[in-house]
Each structure stands twice: as structure tokens, then as C-alpha cells.
Design a protein around this ligand. Structure first.
Ligand SMILES: Cc1cc2nc3c(=O)[nH]c(=O)nc-3n(C[C@H](O)[C@H](O)[C@H](O)COP(=O)(O)O)c2cc1C
Length: 275
């Protein structure tokens, strides 16, 4: 270790017990969790689509959003030339399509033909919009900023469309499982929103430190109760599996099946892997 680094490390305070230090590259995963987008483009007679996790709102007035595309992506070349793109926010049934679309390049294959994804025309841009998504944002490129190994395309939002089942003033976590967007966690892992937690502020006459401490205790109690209830339900499910009964896993929020799907029947003795 270089001397300067050793001296610096010696003066940097240790984090509290139980907290781990990780490499700086982990920051991208820490910031992850927003809804994954399928970015569509159309350029010189070709259309393409790739999943993008690195996107962000950048300004409210004017409405600007950014997508960070690695320099080598075929889409980077297409967006640079067409100066347009659309963000399509896929809903749960497109989980496997999303991962597949990120595993190959439009340079080698027509991804729309390969996946048979259905599209419809956008209102303002040439990029096609994908059916089976929960929201769509059309953008015209305003600025292109090369940043390290990625290029940040700053897009002016020119149109937004939403599926009201999934999005009202905000995403609706209580929407049916098929309507909810996919949140990318990294690697092959995704999640969906499972509920709303409403934060409450202390009243004007209340001591904030006391009220906030009480609310923390309340939240911890509720999460403990939820965990205990889930463990009880799991035990019931195991008993049913061992007796060869039909089991409905949806009540446990274990990779919940789409609404209307038939109940999962597991043979006796086989336990769900991710429990
Ligand atoms: C869930 C997911 C998120 C991704 N996010 C990004 C991203 O934010 N930026 C990027 O450049 N590539 C990202 N990728 C990788 C590209 O989607 C992938 O390399 C794709 O095949 C490139 O396609 P193209 O060459 O047709 O543009 C992601 C892949 C997946 C599966």
C-alpha cells in the first residue's frame, strides 16, 4: 500500500461496528433500485432497444432526464445520430425480455424481430413505444456529455404516457402484480414495489427528537411483527406441502405469481429454494 494511502487510512475514522467498507465501484449498485427502462431508438431505418438502469431526472423546468450509455453500445451510436430516444418502463410480465434484451447488441440482431415485442407509434419521436409497459417518456437529445466510459445523453421530455392502473400521481405499489414496474437490483435480480409507507412529521408543538425516536421504535415493532407473521405462514405452508396439499404462495410475497395464475402445487418434501 502506498505511504500516502496508509497515512490517509490511519486518520480516516472507522465506521460504527457492523458496517462494512466496500470498493468505490459498488456506488452504482447502491444507487440502483429505480424502475428499469427499455430505451428505444430509431435511426436510418432501423429500430433498437436496450435495458437501462442508469437513468435519472435532471431538471424539472425544463423537464430533462439523463441516460448513461456505455460508449460501445449500438444504441449510443443510434441516439448520437437520431438525437431522440424513448424510455419504456416494462411491467412484471416482461422480466425475462428485459434481461434478454441486455444480453445482445442491435448491431448483430434485430431485437424486435427476435423477441416479437409489440410496438405502437410515439407521439413526437421516431422511436417505437413498447406494449406491456407501465409508462413511456419520449425525449429529444439536448446535450451529450462523455463521462468516463459512458456517455450521458440529456433528453428534453416531449411526451409522457402512463398506464393509469400502474401510475397515478406516482407509482401505485398496490396495483396488480402484472401492472407494476420492474426495479433492477443488479446481475439478474429485479424487484417490484410491495407497499406504501407514509412518513409522518412531528407537529409544531412536539419535540422532534422525541417524536422521531418514538416513530423509529414503532416502525421496528411493525417490521418485527411482519417477520413473525411471515414465519408462521411459512410453517403452515411447509405442513401443507408435506401433506401434498395445493399451496398458494402469494400470501407470503415469495416471487408473487400474477393475479389469476393457478395455485402452485409443490410435491411433498420439496421446499421453495429462496425461503
Ligand atoms: C437490467 C439491465 C440494465 C442495464 N443498464 C445499462 C445502462 O444503464 N447503461 C448501459 O450502457 N448499459 C446497460 N445495460 C447493458 C445493455 O443493455 C446491453 O449491453 C445491451 O445489450 C446493449 O445493446 P445495444 O448494443 O443494442 O445498444 C443494462 C443491462 C441490463 C440487463
Amino acid at each position: 500500500m502506498p505511504e500516502a494511502r496508509r497515512i490517509l487510512d490511519a486518520v480516516i475514522p472507522e465506521p460504527p461496528e457492523g458496517i462494512e467498507r466496500r470498493p468505490v465501484t459498488v456506488a452504482a449498485r447502491v444507487l440502483q433500485g429505480g424502475p428499469v427502462a427499455l430505451v428505444t431508438t430509431a435511426d436510418r431505418g432501423r429500430a433498437n432497444v436496450l435495458p437501462v438502469a442508469w437513468h435519472s431526472p435532471l431538471s424539472a423546468r425544463p423537464p430533462l432526464v439523463g441516460i448513461a450509455l456505455e460508449q460501445s453500445r449500438y444504441t449510443t451510436e443510434m441516439v448520437s445520430h437520431s438525437e431522440q430516444f424513448a424510455l419504456n418502463f416494462p411491467a412484471r410480465p416482461l422480466l425475462h425480455h428485459v434481461q434478454y434484451l441486455g444480453s445482445m447488441s442491435g448491431e448483430d440482431i434485430d431485437k424486435f424481430e427476435a423477441t416479437q415485442l409489440e410496438t405502437f407509434p410515439a407521439a413526437h419521436v421516431d422511436a417505437p413505444l413498447i406494449q406491456g409497459c407501465a409508462a413511456w417518456v419520449e425525449c429529444e437529445v439536448q446535450q451529450v456529455l462523455p463521462l468516463g466510459d459512458h456517455v450521458l445523453f440529456v433528453g428534453l421530455v416531449v411526451a409522457v404516457h402512463v398506464d393509469p392502473q400502474a401510475f397515478d400521481e406516482r407509482w401505485i405499489p398496490e396495483a396488480s402484480a402484472e401492472a407494476r414496474p420492474l426495479h433492477f437490483l443488479g446481475a439478474n435480480d429485479y424487484s417490484t414495489l410491495e407497499g406504501v409507507l407514509e412518513a409522518r412529521l412531528p407537529g409544531r408543538s412536539e419535540a422532534p427528537e422525541r417524536v422521531l425516536a418514538e416513530r423509529v421504535a414503532e416502525e421496528l415493532e411493525q417490521t418485527r411483527e411482519a417477520r413473525e407473521r411471515r414465519e408462521e405462514l411459512l410453517e403452515e405452508v411447509y405442513r401443507d406441502i408435506e401433506e401434498g396439499k395445493v399451496v398458494d404462495l402469494s400470501q407470503l410475497a415469495l416471487g408473487r405469481a400474477p393475479d389469476g395464475a393457478p395455485p402452485l402445487i409443490l410435491p411433498p418434501t420439496e421446499r421453495p429454494r429462496d425461503v
